[in-house]
Design a protein around this ligand. Structure first.
Ligand SMILES: [Zn+2]
Length: 234
C-alpha cells in the first residue's frame, strides 16, 4: 500500500442497487483494485430492506432490515477495501419508479465529485432485476451527460460473458479479471452479508471449501463498444 505515493491516485466509482451487489457480483475485482491502492467509492441506491432473506432462522423484519443490511454492507466494504459508502436512500424494489431525470442528476453529481477513472454499474438490459436495470440505465445516462474522462464498465453475472455473442457482444467487449488472489476478501464480504448468506451452507464451510466455489474470473463489459482504447480496468 506504500507504493502509491508517486502514482496519481486511481479512483473507481461503483453505482449499484442493493447491499450485496458489490460483494456477490464483483467483490474479487473490488478487493483486487483496492489492494493496489485504487480509491473506491460505492453508491448503493437502496438498503435492501425488501430482501426476501431475513436471516436463518429469520431474526429480521421489514423495520429492522434496512439498518441491519447497512451495517452488513459497511462490514463488507471493510473486507473489500472500499473506502467510501454512500446511499441514494431509495426504497428497495422501487428504483425503476423514481424520477429518471432526477436520479440521473444525482448520480451525475457523484461522478463529478469523485471524478473517477472507472465507473462500474449494471447493464440496463442485462441487469437481471428491475432495480439493477434502472440504476444501470441512470448511471449510464449520467456518465454520458457528464462527458466523464474515465471509462464505463458493466458488471456481469458469473461466467455469462464467456459467451458474449449470446448477448450481442464480442470477446473484445469483455474484460476478464483474475480474482483468485482475493478470495479471502471476497469470502469475508459474503459472510459480512450474513442475513443474505446464512441460508447458503457453502458460504460457511471451512474457508478453503467455500473459496473453491468462487470462479477464478469476474467479467465486465466495456460500455462503449466502438472504443478499443482500454483493455483492462485501468
Ligand atoms: Zn441486487
Amino acid at each position: 500500500m506504500n507504493n502509491t505515493d508517486k502514482a496519481p491516485l486511481k479512483k473507481l466509482l461503483a453505482v449499484f442497487a442493493h447491499p450485496d451487489d458489490e460483494s456477490f457480483i464483483c467483490g474479487g475485482t473490488l478487493a483486487k483494485y483496492a489492494s493496489e491502492g485504487v480509491d473506491i467509492t460505492l453508491v448503493s441506491a437502496t438498503r435492501g430492506e425488501m430482501g426476501r432473506r431475513m436471516g436463518n432462522p429469520p431474526y429480521l423484519n421489514r423495520e429492522s432490515m434496512a439498518a441491519a443490511r447497512e451495517m452488513e454492507l459497511r462490514n463488507a466494504c471493510d473486507s473489500l477495501g472500499i473506502r467510501e459508502l454512500l446511499f441514494l436512500d431509495i426504497r428497495d424494489k422501487t428504483v425503476e419508479f423514481v424520477d429518471e431525470n432526477n436520479l440521473t442528476t444525482r448520480i451525475a453529481n457523484f461522478i463529478q465529485e469523485v471524478d473517477p477513472d472507472v465507473v462500474l454499474t449494471f447493464h440496463e438490459k442485462l441487469g437481471g432485476h428491475p432495480d439493477h436495470c434502472a440504476i444501470g440505465k441512470a448511471t449510464t445516462a449520467a456518465f454520458q451527460r457528464t462527458e466523464q474522462r474515465g471509462a464505463l464498465y458493466f458488471i456481469s453475472f458469473g461466467e455469462a460473458m464467456e459467451h458474449p455473442e449470446r448477448y450481442g457482444y464480442s470477446r473484445k467487449d469483455v474484460v476478464k479479471i483474475d480474482v483468485h488472489a482475493h478470495f479471502d476478501a471476497k469470502l469475508a464480504a459474503f459472510r459480512a452479508h450474513r442475513c443474505q448468506t446464512e441460508i447458503d451452507e457453502w458460504v460457511w464451510l471451512p474457508d478453503h471449501e467455500a473459496k473453491a466455489r468462487f470462479g477464478k474470473y469476474e467479467y465486465f463489459l466495456k460500455a462503449d463498444r466502438a472504443s478499443e482504447v482500454k483493455t483492462d480496468g485501468f
